[in-house]
Design a protein around this ligand. Structure first.
Ligand SMILES: Nc1nc2c(c(=O)[nH]1)N[C@@H](CN(C=O)c1ccc(C(=O)N[C@@H](CCC(=O)O)C(=O)O)cc1)CN2
Length: 291
């Protein structure tokens, strides 16, 4: 069993991105600048946004964090987005999800200019991704492709079962892995909460992408020997024995699944850190595209 080490791979990627930034600077080009909008005080979202700002520092980007209170109106948020769309120094920006319930997420994501949409969530960019045209790929699926490629996991002709159909992970993952591309060319099945014979499907899978958000859902009896496992889930579970007060659980029951796997991502240290690194890659691309 080989661990797909997202922590190390993302660190390698950040070194590569930092090199590109140095080259840009040496040529007198602009320093990439990422902005992030955070609405509210959700603990996990704060952790992720802070990690994005820290990653910017590490690779030599400029960053701007716009921290808005929970009660921010949709209108105010749309105004903040418009300011970033019109700010020439900002190459790309993200609105951290989830948003508070009173805000229409789709309306917000559609307000981000596609050229600055480094999350790849705008319908224009989703369409371009679907047609396999140059665009910003959503960071989590992009990170999974990068991990599979760097670890030389065979995907061509393999049966991939993606559990979950979210706009951020499951849906784009299924599209990307079915395309003719590195870490693609797979035969993909998308399973979700209404799927009737899930275990029958996962038992046939060469690769399982677990992205349903139910902790430790996928167990050893649901997979075949030699399977590759991509665990996208990160749930915080109360645990008073930990200093933080919680432990992190993936969607995969690691203890029973790992012994049957050829490759498996851990939680933490698997897909999560790759998400941050690929956001940096998209921001660099946004900056390079402008110059
Ligand atoms: N605008 C966006 N919102 C959200 C996205 C996104 O790509 N864009 N994805 C997720 C959250 N996310 C990034 O924003 C993210 C999740 C997890 C990690 C990560 O590094 N996790 C660590 C554990 C960290 C911890 O909780 O202590 C790990 O897995 O090792 C980074 C980014 C939803 N929202």
């Amino acid at each position: 069993m080989i661990l797909l080490d997202g922590k190390k791979t993302s660190a390698d990627l950040k070194v590569e991105i930092a090199e590109s930034v140095k080259e840009l600077k040496a040529k007198g080009k602009k320093t990439p600048h990422l902005a992030a909008i955070l609405v509210g005080t959700d603990g996990a979202s704060m952790t992720y946004v802070n990690a994005k700002v820290k990653a910017c520092e590490l690779v030599g980007f400029n960053s701007t964090l716009i921290d808005l209170p929970e009660e921010t109106s949709e209108e105010t948020l749309l105004q903040e987005i418009e300011k970033l769309n019109n700010n020439n120094d900002i190459d790309g920006f993200i609105v951290q999800l989830p948003l508070p319930k009173h805000i229409d997420e789709q309306k917000v994501l559609m307000a981000v200019h596609p050229d600055k949409d480094v999350d790849g969530f705008h319908p224009t960019n989703v369409g371009r991704m679907t047609l396999d045209l140059p665009t910003f790929l959503p960071a989590t699926p992009f990170g999974i492709l990068e991990l599979l490629e760097r670890y030389k996991v065979e995907t061509s002709g393999q049966h991939v079962v993606v559990i979950g159909r979210s706009h951020i992970v499951g849906r784009p993952m299924s599209i990307l892995m079915s395309q003719k591309r590195p870490a693609g060319d797979a035969t993909v099945t998308v399973a979700h909460s209404r799927t009737k014979n899930l275990k029958e499907l996962t038992l046939q899978a060469d690769i399982v992408v677990a992205a349903l958000g139910i902790p430790e859902f996928l167990t050893g009896d649901m997979v075949k020997d030699g399977v590759t496992i991509i665990d996208v889930g990160i749930t915080r579970i109360d645990d008073s024995s930990k200093k933080s007060g919680y432990r992190l659980a993936g969607d995969v029951h690691f203890e029973s699944v790992a012994p049957k796997s050829s490759f498996i991502t851990p939680v933490p240290g698997g897909v999560g850190p790759m998400t941050i690194a690929m956001l940096m890659k998209n921001t660099l691309l946004a900056c390079e595209r402008k110059s």
